[in-house]
Design a protein around this ligand. Structure first.
Ligand code: SF4
Length: 502
């Protein structure tokens, strides 16, 4: 059973309170009355003034015409006579409610001191408010909880006056939805807490990602849309969506690019056969391959051309693996882990070298290399580490926060290799960790009992997503944010001549 002892759920009427109890809510439910006077009195009383976490749950009137009876509104802002109160934890509660199968909207809720109809009601919705009630702002003003949430189920829709015969039916629809809301409120209460947030530094964009995004942006500016990009320019859905909005067209293969058009190769690099295909289609190529990936391509050619079998330690199917091994496909062999390293067969055990995907975890690779060295004593290593500075720094920074955290949140997309390695590293250190694309992916259950949370972002994840995570954690209670920087990065890569300013 989750600890919801600090949560008080406020329902305006007995019917609403009963619906929540019928939904199995474990937290204390208080019937606080209808309207500003009643809730101000309840909010100033001992129960609510001493409650660290308060949820106001009940029915409301829709202001947005898209909302239907039974739709759930989770307030990210409550507007009342004393001003606006942000509720940044709303997205977490909304996600929990969506998982329960409810139709959920996140946005402002306005509190009014009277029932509003007609033109006055339409006016309340002009600034994007989704719903109107008569309690939330007044109660939060009076109770002043450390963390608050407002969940309202739509009973009457915008534009349809109250107190028609159909009002009763719409109210009952809303009450039935309120029953289904109840378990999520307990989940929110169990997660609400004071926290310390340890921010790993360095985190977020590396020099190779900055350069790749810059290349697409400059290509769009200088050549105009559309600019084709083969594969995701970097492995992050937010970056890809943003560039798509600005005119980039992402394709999987070059046959999707019109002959003669401009195409950018992603930061992960391409095999020579892709370059040949581009030349055959007379494409205007702009290469955004990270220079540190290009370095590994050069090493493959050098080792393979000297007669070695090159063992590439990497992940099968990853674009960097495909591109790098594509340099000398007949001379390279992929090894993913120590089991592969024990089994790998080579033409001549005295002519073997190894290279590494740039985004792997150094400690894992070390174990694989140990096995290879045992099997091939003359094994040749790359001249300098293939695992890039950004990967190494982010792993060390993650370690510095994970060891002191009960939970690590790693911001990055599911196909981001370096982000996945950060999660694995935290798990190896014994700290539960999750890969999230953004704050909306955080599950309330992860936060239960986690009073120190480590936060980082993979090399392809935008920095503002970290702010979003900190913000939603702030919505669950007071937080102390601690920056823990292990080093400062000042690596910059020059742009290719194709997009340099004339
Ligand atoms: S993670 Fe490393 S190799 Fe990959 S783009 Fe960034 S700097 Fe380049």
């Amino acid at each position: 059973m989750t600890d919801v002892s600090t949560l008080v759920i406020c329902a305006p009427t007995r019917i609403e309170a009963a619906a929540l109890r019928r939904g199995g809510v474990q937290a204390r439910v208080e019937t606080v009355g209808v309207g500003p006077t009643a809730v101000a009195r309840a909010g100033a009383g001992p129960v609510l003034r001493s409650a660290p976490a308060v949820v106001i749950a009940g029915v409301a009137g829709a202001l947005d015409p898209r909302l239907q009876p039974g739709d759930v509104v989770v307030a990210d802002e409550v507007r009342g006579p004393s001003g606006s109160r942000p509720l940044p934890g709303a997205v977490l509660l909304a996600a929990e409610l969506r998982r329960a199968g409810l139709s959920v909207h996140v946005g402002p809720v306005v509190s009014s001191d009277r029932i509003v109809t007609g033109a006055a009601r339409a006016m309340l919705g002009v600034d994007g408010a989704l719903a109107v009630d008569m309690e939330s702002a007044y109660l939060l003003d009076a109770a002043r909880p450390a963390s608050g949430a407002v969940v309202r189920v739509v009973a009457d829709v915008a534009g349809r006056p109250l107190l028609r015969p159909s009002t009763v039916g719409r109210f009952l629809t809303a009450v039935r939805a309120l029953v289904r809301v109840a378990p999520a409120l307990d989940a929110w209460g169990a997660a609400a807490d004071e926290r310390r947030v340890l921010l790993a530094g360095p985190r977020s964009f590396c020099a190779g990602v900055v350069r790749a995004i810059d290349i697409v942006e400059r290509a769009l500016e200088q050549r105009g849309a559309p600019i084709y990009v083969r594969k995701q320019i970097v492995h992050n859905v937010h970056v890809v969506r943003d560039l798509q909005r600005r005119g980039a067209v992402f394709v999987e293969e070059l046959d999707e690019v019109p002959e003669g058009a401009s195409v950018v190769f992603s930061a992960h690099g391409v095999a020579p056969e892709v370059r040949q295909a581009a030349a055959g289609r007379r494409l205007d190529v702009i290469d955004a391959t990270c220079p540190l990936v290009s370095k590994v391509h050069t090493e493959v050619r050098r080792f393979a051309d000297s007669g070695d079998t090159v063992i590439f330690i990497g992940h099968e199917g990853h674009e960097e693996t495909v591109g790098t091994m594509g340099e000398r496909p007949a001379s390279t062999v992929l090894v993913e882990d120590t089991a592969d390293a024990r089994a790998v067969q080579v033409a001549d055990p005295h002519r073997v070298s190894y290279l590494v995907q740039t985004t792997l975890a150094a400690d894992e690779v070390a174990g694989v290399v140990d096995v290879l060295q045992e099997r091939f004593p003359t094994l040749r290593a790359p001249a300098s580490d293939d695992i890039c500075y950004a990967t190494t720094n982010r792993q060390e920074a993650l370690q510095a926060v994970a060891v002191d955290s009960e939970l690590a949140l790693v911001i990055g997309s599911q196909n981001s290799s370096n982000s996945k390695r950060l999660v694995e590293k935290s798990l190896r250190l014994g700290t539960p960790a999750h890969l999230i694309d953004s704050a909306e992916d955080i599950r309330l259950e992860w936060l239960v009992g986690a009073t120190t949370v480590g936060v980082t972002a993979g090399a392809s994840a935008p920095a503002e997503l970290v702010d979003g995570v900190v913000d939603v954690l702030r919505g669950l209670g007071p937080i102390e944010v601690v920056e823990r920087d292990i080093t400062t990065e000042n690596v910059r890569f020059t742009l290719p001549k194709e997009v340099r300013q004339p």
